[in-house]
Ligand binder design. Structure first.
Ligand code: HEC
Length: 170
């Protein structure tokens, strides 16, 4: 009786843990094509380059971003766009961190047809990676892991605010 309870509890924890890691913390924004495209430092650069690009003139967080993603595709991830949920347009523009819960922002890797999605859950920044048609491809580790997103977006506290790293160009 006691033993089966322990096994049941362990199984339950195992399922809870793996479904958490696989399903991620963020819902796919099915209406992403209707979100507002904004211009930022990165969209001004236009693309995430390959590993041989000289990015020494960029701020350190951008250099680390290139180092993290330059090898995911030969020649680098390529063309990018930044999309903002219309409901979060003011929060993004004013950089006040007041995002509503749910998906908030997208870094669209256009050549790779991948969406890096940032959102908020209970006010906390959460991250996930999806294909354009909604398949979640957030990985347990490596460049596409939610922990990798968090480490950079939360780690650069002087640069990123409540999940938002970029600034909308005036
Ligand atoms: C090494 C640092 C780094 C890592 C790792 C990183 N990002 Fe970012 N991210 C940035 C920077 C810098 C920008 C701002 C680019 C700009 O100028 O628009 C950004 C922009 C974004 C944006 C557009 C909104 C914003 O915050 O400006 C989203 C969405 C985003 N990242 C999601 C993700 C997701 C999801 C992951 C993980 C799969 C991830 N990022 C990993 C540095 C990083």
């Amino acid at each position: 009786m006691f033993k089966s309870f322990i096994i049941g509890a362990v199984t339950f924890l195992g399922v809870a843990f793996s479904s958490h890691a696989m399903a991620g913390d963020i819902a796919f924004p099915a209406d992403w094509k209707d979100w507002n495209s904004v211009s930022t430092t990165l969209t001004g650069i236009g693309a995430l380059p390959g590993c041989d690009a000289d990015v020494s003139s960029l701020p350190p967080i951008y250099q680390e971003t290139v180092a993290t993603y330059c090898a995911v595709k030969e020649g680098g991830p390529g063309a990018v766009a930044v999309l903002v949920n219309p409901a979060d347009a003011d929060a993004y523009k004013n950089r006040n961190g007041k995002f509503s819960d749910g998906p908030s922002m997208i870094l669209h890797l256009k050549d790779m047809k991948i969406l890096f999605v940032s959102g908020h859950a209970g006010g906390q920044a959460v991250y996930g990676v999806f294909t354009e048609d909604g398949k979640e491809i957030t990985a347990p580790e490596g460049p596409l892991a939610a922990s990798t997103c968090t480490n950079c977006h939360t780690g650069y506290t002087a640069f990123c605010l409540n999940g938002q790293c970029g600034t909308q160009n005036k």
